[in-house]
Design a protein around this ligand. Sequence first.
Ligand code: ADP
Length: 248
Amino acid sequence: MQARNIHKRFGANMVLHGVDLDVGKGEVVVIMGPSGSGKTTLLRSLNFLEQPDSGMVRIGGIQVNITAHTPYTKRQKKDIVQIRRKSAMVFQSFNLFPHMTAIANVIEGLISVQGMPAKAAREKGLALLDRVGLAQKANDYPAHLSGGQKQRVAIARGLAMDPEVILFDEPTSALDPELRDGVLDVMRGLAQDGMTMLVVTHEVRFAKNAANRVIFMEQGAVQADCAADSFFSGQANARISQFLGQVQ
Ligand code: ADP
């Protein structure tokens, strides 16, 4: 996955100042940075939940160039649909359908977007729920699941579309501390299985033991992009050390 020179403003507020980003196949890249630095906006711009003002995004061989804040062309709309299929998004707030069981949430896209027959979709969905440790909750509704379980269902839903990359937006920050580990364990498992992941998080322990690289964002720009080891080794610049002092 590649992004080049992403710019985004909300009114007079320039939120992304020309961000470049590369995530190689099988790489796990963590984005850290203070609140308001543009992390969520960047993630949402990568699959066009926000429309960047300018820049380029390429995911799974599909490239979209934005040169002006004008309505998308037909061609861009088509490519954006492809990019969304190739990139799953896991939100802080889970975003499950409350009126659908766990398995129905997981396989909804398989049936409605991919047109997979219900039986095959159900088999795939059950295998994915098993992968996130929730096979026994397949027929439960979100209201009967803990926050951590809901997030694991959301991850299974993301995996269902066989994405090239999963974009995680603070996946554990809405969870009580005791529920975070189950979600982080699932994410570590995906990393070990070679899934390409871009993760906005403050979870230092996850970044230390699962990330290949850590990107530090501040004021809408990438201030550092380095191997996880050196990011946490204390050799990072003074500003990063100060930031880490606050989140650890
Ligand atoms: P982070 O994820 O690093 O906390 P965000 O990307 O959420 O940062 O926000 C960056 C800036 O963009 C903030 O100043 C925020 O207020 C602003 N912002 C984000 N989304 C919107 C929006 N939909 N409308 C207006 N301003 C927004």
